[in-house]
Write a protein that binds this ligand. Structure first.
Ligand code: ATP
Ligand code: MG
Length: 720
């Protein structure tokens, strides 16, 4: 009890209220870093110590694995008792947990198989083939459409029979039939895909009142963090557990909704009272995470979103260093700069490696950092993402390059696997043929006698591609040309385009790889490699630089996407690749409302920082990502120039010295005036500068007739 008093003293008045309210449902709406998660973690302790609830009867849900981990750590720190074990997890693992326990009712084995997307695709493809289902000639395209459609149906709680009944047009009917077969197949194999976890739990709760009652009794209190990102199905699950009761606390920040593309609906938090009429609401408005300088910039920035409610947020953490913006000439230069800043700050300013986050909008931006950090021997970890080299598309592309020179069976098998209409049976036949002839698989596929084509005609395209690629390689062609030829002629590029999800991730990974290969070609020096064939040199370098970077080391720099950084914080935050077509992503610009969602993502990123915030972008390097030269994101221009320090053309010299150009040399006009300067304008008279943008000032004039005006810099304004 004594401890509890001390814990509550660590909270401000509103937070304390939020912890103590247990007699009605509670909603906390508040900005980043205002202690929402701290309220949850403290409330867990409060419920145990003060209200007397058993730790295992408390359920706390959040969205990402990393956030769940973080919450567990914070709670453990407060409780200091391993025996106390509140249920803290993501929605999906909560559902998996429920389903394992209720498996017998659902006629599932206790350790049912959970399928990933690749498994799902394999099954769909087999079914399409076996039942001759594709109404289109392009099976791959049909398969992709079916995958998305089935997921939507599942999340909308529509069964195969529901869909079969209602789908009128022939195409939909085909997908509906496939859905039914897919569903039967999963049931017969007792496997669940990711969507199934939530859907099954929903059905379990709605069809078995006694089971629901058991789970309702299982938990005496339910809390949900990051509530702004809840979708309808998840909210239904929460309602099942808490409807008509008072034991629910939800916390969220509408400005941090970044999952609406996955069905998250911010209305769920804004209309909370509709579902829980006796709910109370608490607003927190003191930020404890960031310095004033960081907070000012983030708040000023998010105000450009129109669809939001204004929030007041302040901090007592005055001062700190101004957020910085750095422009680099290439992705390599950006990575070098950040890496060397980390080295310097560790050496001179007492920071540790684990005080750093490097955030980016899309996974493909990590590759340059992985390389440069590895070279600099700085320990790092990638969160929630597969390393660039371990991604399937990259491995596929590398298999093409490897096989034409190395003729290894592993790569060849990989390629056969990729080839449409070539299955296990054909592969076995080819392997047998190879054994008979004493050849390797590659030789069999590409042999002049065309033996492989006798086995299956579906190898023709691949065979031609490989032969062309091999010729180019023998003629010592640049690696870029070889890779492009292989990807084009084999149809792989086309296949990726069709299969790609809406974010175009795989295409972007391939483009990033091509950029990297291009750089290799540009810099290729036979002397240095002791090898005149570019492809051989490239493969050698690859073999040397990949692998073995997975040692256990707790003190690491963390690389992660903004989406997986939700709810986390760190002393120093770098946000890299704030580039047009990257962030906001080109894809997002095609959807309505999504610019605001992208802005929220940058707001989330900036508000992760406690002490130092450094944004960077690449200017002028060619990239396929933007079909031209990389440019600063519009978000860089939207930052209030009064609140940041900008440096251009940052460059790390070999001796580690960093040079840069001051901000004024290029497009940015020198800020003649600062915020707060009193000025005089020929026409408008006296006024005061209220904001300084890259190329404009916002000035409030004394004469109400003119009011607030935006004026281009250089416009005749005189200092008073
Ligand atoms: P986000 O929206 O990013 O999830 P949040 O609202 O959940 O942020 P927390 O992570 O709970 O914020 O808190 C931010 C930081 O401020 C944490 O380091 C937390 O320990 C600290 N903090 C929160 N409340 C207080 C307080 N009353 N006194 C001191 N520090 C606090
Ligand atoms: Mg939080």
């Amino acid at each position: 009890m004594h401890e509890m008093t001390k814990l509550l003293e660590n909270l401000n008045k509103q937070q304390r209220q939020a912890v103590e309210i247990v007699d009605s449902p509670l909603r906390i709406v508040a900005g980043a870093g205002s202690g929402k998660t701290r309220v949850i973690t403290t409330k867990i302790a409060y419920l145990i110590d003060h209200v007397g609830i058993k730790s295992t009867k408390i359920l706390a849900l959040t969205f990402t694995n990393k956030a769940a981990r973080e919450m567990k750590d914070r709670v453990q720190k407060i409780l200091q008792n391993e025996a106390l074990n509140p249920f803290i997890s993501t929605f999906h693992s909560f559902c998996a947990r429920v389903l394992r326990e209720e498996a017998p009712i659902l006629n599932l084995p206790k350790h049912f198989n959970i399928l990933d997307t690749a498994d799902q695709r394999t099954i769909l493809r087999q079914l399409i083939k076996a039942h001759d289902l594709s109404p289109e000639i392009n099976v791959v395209k049909f398969e992709k459409k079916a995958l998305g459609q089935i997921s939507d149906w599942k999340n909308g709680l529509l069964s195969p029979d529901d869909v079969l009944e209602t789908s009128a047009n022939p195409d939909d009917r085909e997908v509906a039939k496939l859905y039914k077969l897919y569903d039967e197949r999963l049931r017969s194999e007792k496997a669940l895909d990711f969507d199934d976890l939530q859907v099954y739990t929903y059905h379990l709760f709605s069809n078995y009142p006694e089971v629901l009652e058991k789970w309702r009794k299982r938990f005496d209190y339910v809390m949900v963090d990051e509530f702004q990102d809840t979708n309808d199905l998840q909210f239904e699950l929460i309602r099942f557990l808490t409807k008509g009761r008072n034991d629910l606390t939800v916390v969220g920040d509408p400005d941090q909704t970044i999952y609406s593309w996955r069905g998250a609906r911010v209305e769920i938090i804004t209309n909370f009272q509709k579902y829980y009429p006796n709910a109370k609401t608490i607003v927190l408005n003191e930020n404890y995470r960031s310095t004033q300088q960081i907070l000012d910039l983030a708040n000023d920035f998010i105000e450009q979103n129109h669809h939001r409610e204004k929030k007041l947020i302040f901090t007592q953490n005055l001062g700190g260093k101004r957020p910085e913006v750095k422009e680099a000439a290439s992705r390599y230069a950006e990575a070098r700069y950040i890496t060397s800043m980390i080295e310097k700050m560790v050496k001179n300013d007492g920071y540790q490696y684990n005080d750093f986050f490097i955030l980016y909008r899309a996974n493909y931006w990590s590759q340059e950092f992985e390389k440069v950090l590895t070279n600099a021997k700085i320990p790092y970890q990638l969160v929630g993402a597969i390393k660039f080299r371990e991604r399937k598309v990259i491995k596929d592309a590398m298999a093409f390059l490897k096989v034409i020179l190395l003729q290894d069976n592993l790569s060849m098998e990989r390629l056969l696997h990729l080839t449409p209409k070539v299955g296990e049976v054909t592969q076995q036949k080819l392997t047998l043929l190879a054994q008979e002839k004493g050849l390797n698989l590659y030789e069999v596929v590409t042999s002049p006698e065309n033996e492989a084509l006798a086995v299956t005609k579906h190898l023709e395209t691949l065979r031609n591609a490989l032969i062309q690629g091999e010729q180019l390689a023998n003629n010592q062609a640049p690696v870029t040309q070889i890779l492009e030829t292989l990807l084009d002629l084999s149809g792989y590029w086309e296949q990726v385009k069709i299969l790609d999800n809406d974010e175009k991730d795989n295409q972007n990974h391939l483009k990033a790889l091509l950029d990297q290969v291009q750089r290799f070609d540009d810099e290729f020096d036979p002397e240095r490699y002791g090898e005149s064939n570019p492809l051989l040199a490239f493969l050698q370098e690859e073999a040397l630089t990949s692998g073995d970077d997975n040692q256990q080391e707790p003190n690491k720099v963390t690389l992660l996407t903004i989406h997986s950084a939700k709810g986390l914080e760190n002393k120093v935050v770098f946000i890299a690749g704030v580039n047009q077509d990257v962030f906001p992503s080109r894809f997002s610009m095609m959807r309505t409302d999504s610019l605001e969602e992208e802005r929220r993502a940058l707001y989330v990123a900036m508000t992760r920082a406690k002490e130092r915030l450094i944004l960077s972008y690449v200017q002028g390097e060619y990239s396929r990502l933007s079909n031209g030269l990389l440019q600063a994101s519009r978000f860089i221009r939207e930052l209030n120039q009064d609140l940041i320090d900008i440096e251009r053309n940052i460059f790390v010299h070999n001796d580690g010295v960093i040079t840069s150009q001051p901000a004024s040399t290029k497009t940015m006009a020198a800020s003649e005036f600062q915020k707060g300067d009193l000025v005089n304008h020929i026409l408008f008279g006296d006024g005061i500068v209220i904001k300084v943008y890259e190329t404009e000032y916002q000035i409030a004039f004394n004469n109400p007739k003119f009011g607030v005006q935006i004026l281009v810099k250089g416009n005749p304004v005189l200092r008073k």
